[in-house]
Design a protein around this ligand. Sequence first.
Ligand code: HEM
Length: 289
Amino acid sequence: MNAEARQSGLTDQNNQGVRFYVRFSLWQRYLHAVVIVTFMGLGLTGLPLRFSGSVWGTAFARVVGGFSAILFFHKFCAVLLTVAFLMHLGDIAYRGLLKRQKGIFWGPNSMVPQLKDLKDLYGHVRWFLWLGPRPKFDRFAYWEKFDYWAVFWGMAIIGISGYSMWFAPFFAKFIPGSWFNIALVIHGEEALLAVWFIFAIHFFNTHLRPDSFPMDLVMFTGMETEKELRERRPQLYQRLLEEGKLGLTTVAPPRWLKNFGRAVGWVIILAGFVLLWLTLTSFFRASGT
Ligand code: HEM
């Protein structure tokens, strides 16, 4: 078993010569799992507050023990998500500033948008219209970077407005009271945007596009097969091959992990679609359209 496979917590299995590329470390997958669970928790508890007059909002509140119980769980999930967010920032600072891994801030392994992403976007639109070849994506495609930054700045806006409401008596010493009404509007609308974005665009980008339909398990297993890597990210494959850093392993992800990923993935996707439907209908009913 090679070091990367061991680090990602995988066990040996007979996989008939298929080779795998480790795309996400165990740490990255744990962090993503915390984000999935807490974001779902925040959506499930925040949206009944936002649509507290709706049938489903009041029914949910009755089951959970009232709106104050919902708010308690909302704050609990908020703290966990904040910790995960801060750990991610700490990890970037540690690797980028202390260990001086400059590749975090620029280059093909960075999440920072670059000229290639614009060219890929342009090339992709042309490919959609049968006007050109498919762009050769590298470590992160432009839409993956977009998803990442959407969550990043969304976290900042939702977090600042959320904490200012939570600790309103403290913040009221420094800012005018009208801010708290504005914070509630910003928090509620940005949350709605985040939920719609994740449950529609992110789910589609990740699982429902033809490349990965019906579900991409890479965030659970951490691995892609060599064939998937070559087809989905030809530039990354080529680059690693030329640099002699392909580091493929024959150790397959264990079956239990794939089944676990499928089960959790389906529950989350279905729950997301239900929430998407409930919030869309309530939103348009409230706005009279
Ligand atoms: C650090 C993160 C967060 C904190 C500290 C936080 C805190 C709060 C607080 C204190 C409230 C109650 C406001 C009030 O009525 O007094 C609230 C409401 C709400 N939260 Fe969050 N929240 C956070 C993240 C999120 C996220 C990620 C979502 C969406 C997935 C979300 C969705 C909502 C919604 C929809 C409401 C109801 C807004 C309304 O009534 O219009 N929150 N949040």
